[in-house]
Structures are given as C-alpha cells and as structure tokens.
Design a protein around this ligand. Structure first.
Ligand SMILES: C[S@@+](CC[C@H](N)C(=O)[O-])C[C@H]1O[C@@H](n2cnc3c(N)ncnc32)[C@H](O)[C@@H]1O
Length: 257
C-alpha cells in the first residue's frame, strides 16, 4: 500500500495551486503511521479541508479504499484551481471524492454536522501579515496571519461541528502556531490529542496532531453542563512534554522557559 502512495503523480498543476511539499508528505506519513487504526475505524465519511493538488485526499482514498468499506470522500478548497487539479489527481488514480469550492466548509454545515469520521487538514499556517490571509493567488495556500493561526482558528470550531462522535482530526501545525495551546483549546471542547508525526527542517518544525473525542472529558462536560475550563496542571504538563521547547503563553508574561 505505501508504494501506491509513493507513486502518486502530479498529473495536473497550476501556478496558483500548492504543490505537495514537506507538510503534505508529513500529513500522509501520519495517516500511514495510523493506518491500522484507520482501517479498524472504518470511517464512513472522510473530509479534507484545503485539498490543494489533491495529494492528501487521493492518498487517503487509496489507503482506505472505497468499495470495500463504502467510505465517502469530500474535499474542499477556497481556490477553484485547486479543486480542478484535485479532480484530475483523483481521476488519474482511479478514486473519487466530491469536490467543493468553499471557505473551509461554509454551506456544508447543515448537511455534514456530526457526520465526518475523519478530517484531514494541512492549513495555511505560516505567520504573515493579516492582510495576506485569504487573498487571491498562491499566497492563500500558506498565509496564516498572526502566529499563523487565523485560518486554523476558524477550522477548529468547524471541525468540532462536523466531526461525528467517533470523529478524528489530523492537522498539520508549525511550532509558531503554538500547538500546545491548540491542544488545550481542543481539550476544553472535549478532545484528546497526540502527535503522530514530528518533523524538523532547517526552516520549520512541523507536527501532525491527531485529535479525537475523549469520552471521559465529554462525560465531565455533560455532568457539569459545561466543559470545565480549569485544566489540571498534570494535563498541561503532559501536553507541554509533547512539545519540547514550547511553553504556554500567559497573559502579561510571554517568557519561555
Ligand atoms: C498548505 S496548502 C495544503 C494543500 C494540500 N492539502 C497539501 O497538503 O498539499 C493549504 C490549502 O488550503 C487552501 N485554503 C486556504 N484557505 C482556505 C479556506 N479558508 N478554506 C478552504 N481552503 C483553504 C489553500 O488554497 C491550499 O490549497
């Protein structure tokens, strides 16, 4: 199976479409690393937000298959050229996904709320001036605004809405995105997390984080009527231990230890 993935060809391209890069490869490697769990999970609906060239959704569809377990695939991108290139990549590899040009999953909430079993995202995560976020052209593939979090912070609540009770989210983050804080935010929504792949290059340190609903946490939330906002120190310590060199930002004190 991995050899099939390694052979994914870039059949189409467009100067405004993101070509698979280290972050795309890290995300697919994370899916491969978790493949046994994914196959056992038997997701009915898999979704990619920001599909670019289609490398990730095509890889996922090849890994999990379609006919055998009846999995349905949906991918979105804000860039219509990306949707076109993704359609060519899928077709060239004999797999199918429904493709939608939209901002994250706008317009799909009614149809998909609580139904997505696996969501994969390699978002625009590079810290840039806020004005570059969502602008036309290839820059929207990486421009992430302050701390690279502008698009990520819109994707997370949407993921929470669309994921099923047994839904999993795999997301690429950069150290500058403050991944430990992202994990804490998701924890407040009732998700556990773990790093599936960590990769450092000279330029950046990437983490692919998997989030899943933590039944203990959800129980705690339903018993109190709300999620307890006070995160125990042991949880913070455990999260920080995932991210050496990262400390939690505290208001009025941003010093790292
Ligand atoms: C870093 S690229 C990743 C592309 C591809 N998934 C990969 O891993 O090679 C980010 C993608 O997200 C898309 N994107 C950016 N903002 C978006 C938004 N608000 N809604 C949907 N897609 C978005 C970009 O057009 C781009 O294709």
């Amino acid at each position: 199976m991995p050899s099939k993935i390694a052979q994914i060809r870039l059949v189409g391209s467009h100067f405004e479409v993101y070509e698979p890069c280290d972050d795309s490869f890290a995300l697919v490697d994370a899916l491969l690393a978790d493949l046994t769990n994914l196959l056992e999970h038997k997701p009915k609906l898999c979704m990619e937000v920001g599909c670019g060239s289609g490398y990730v959704i095509t890889s996922l569809a090849l890994m999990l298959g379609q006919v055998a377990c009846g999995t349905y695939y949906i991918a979105t991108d804000i860039n219509p050229y990306a949707v076109k290139v993704t359609s060519e990549t899928l077709e060239a590899h004999g797999v199918h996904a429904e493709l939608i040009t939209t901002d994250i999953a706008s317009g799909l909430e009614k149809r998909l709320t609580g139904l997505v079993d696996v969501m994969v995202v390699n978002p625009p995560y590079v810290p840039t001036p806020e004005e570059e976020v969502g602008c036309d052209g290839i820059a929207s593939a990486w421009a992430g605004g302050e701390n690279g979090r502008s698009v990520i912070d819109k994707i997370l609540p949407m993921a929470d809405k669309l994921l099923s009770d047994r839904g999993w989210l795999y997301m690429v983050t950069l150290t500058a995105n403050n991944p430990s804080e992202i994990c804490l935010q998701m924890r407040e929504k009732g998700y556990a997390s773990r790093i599936v792949v960590q990769r450092s290059t000279e330029e950046e340190s990437l983490h692919v984080i998997k989030f899943w609903r933590d039944s203990d946490r959800l129980l705690e939330a339903s018993e109190t009527g709300t999620v307890n906002k006070i995160v125990p120190t042991r949880v913070i310590e455990s999260l920080l231990s995932h991210f050496p060199g990262i400390s939690l930002r505290r208001s009025g004190n941003s010093k790292s230890s």
